[in-house]
Design a protein around this ligand. Structure first.
Ligand code: PMV
Length: 320
């Protein structure tokens, strides 16, 4: 069986969403594919060439213990979590292939986690709902990272564009047909867990300041949801600019992202902000169609890489 799941891009609400506030996220059209087969030997076998894993094998009863290559962690823990909920004794062979480079921060780990859980539930004839799939995949992410809102897991499962609250308390698909954003990659690798920790340190020292920032971000997300639904891109852009200001206040901006953001705004984008944990990875801008190319050129002129991929795409699906 071959399963695929999309990557994700945060639109608004990052960091605040880790602490019980909402965010908006869209699924992006570069997908991760996982081929899953049952084998008679009671082991998990994994080949994931994109993350340098070849010929990895571990007995089913040892999953999650001992040495685990970095690139195998999410899949191994996903298999373990699935099998501890739905015990089976067949061996499992998994091969993954990604359409996107893991460097962009589009969430290849959560997409592969989702593919494995969805794939195993289908292969073993154990139908699970989207929410059950979310809960198992989110548990997997927390087992490995300790922190995270689960927005990336939700995007991989539900696809489209979502209004999402921490841990899947609310997962609301927004019925939209377009979202004219431009994506620029900074070339800098961001480490999400480190940045979450840095913001948490700030929150220890300035709890009221940070909490107020989160509450303000929540207001922006609520308004942005309405702007997205009514295709009011000018308002969405303005809200993105506010959000960028708050992210800078949280300390997750960087010179490179700022250069790309100002480059986009200077030539007429309605708004621009970083997307995700900050410091590196990607920024996004929103504009009218007419000046898209001008903005792309400007982002490139400050050293950004423009990534042309569809957004608001379908969630996890069985390919074959
Ligand atoms: O770095 P990314 O694209 O995975 O985004 C992280 C977003 C955070 O809100 C900082 C973390 C989270 O899990 O929501």
């Amino acid at each position: 069986m071959i399963i695929s799941a999309p990557g994700k891009l945060m639109l608004l609400g990052e960091h605040a969403v880790v602490y019980n506030h909402p965010c908006l996220v869209t699924a992006v059209g570069q997908r991760l594919f996982a081929e899953i087969e049952l084998i008679s030997k009671p082991v998990m076998q994994l080949d994931a060439s994109d993350v340098n894993v070849a010929g990895y094998e571990k007995p089913l009863q040892d999953l999650g213990g001992g040495e685990m290559p970095q690139g195998a962690r999410f899949i191994e823990i996903a298999v373990r979590n699935f099998l501890s909920k739905f015990p089976r004794d067949k061996g499992i062979k998994i091969t993954t292939k990604s359409e996107f480079s893991s460097k962009f921060g589009f969430g290849s780990s959560s997409a592969s986690t989702v593919c494995v859980i969805k794939g195993l539930s289908e292969i073993f004839g154990k139908k699970i709902s989207k929410k059950e799939c979310f809960d198992l995949a989110y548990k997997t992410v927390l087992d490995i990272q300790g922190k995270g809102s689960g927005f990336d897991v939700a995007a991989a499962i539900y696809g489209g564009t979502l209004y999402f609250v921490t841990g899947g308390k609310i997962i609301e698909p927004l019925k939209i047909t377009e979202l004219p954003i431009i994506i620029g990659y900074s070339g800098i690798k961001a480490d999400t867990v480190t940045l979450i920790k840095q913001v948490a340190e700030k929150a220890k020292k300035y709890p009221e300041v940070i909490n107020n920032i989160y509450l303000e971000i929540e207001k922006l997300v609520e308004q942005a949801k309405l702007a997205v639904l009514s295709k009011d891109w000018i308002t969405l852009g303005e809200l993105m600019n506010f959000n960028q200001g708050y992210l800078a206040a949280l300390g997750v901006g960087s010179r490179k992202l700022a250069a790309m953001i100002y480059a986009a705004r200077d030539v007429g984008a309605f708004g621009a902000k970083l997307s995700g944990a900050g410091v590196g990875d990607c920024m996004i801008a929103i504009s009218s169609r007419g000046i898209r190319q001008k903005i792309e050129k400007e982002i490139k002129s400050v050293g950004g890489e423009v990534i042309n991929i569809p957004v608001n795409v379908e969630g996890v699906k069985i390919e074959k």
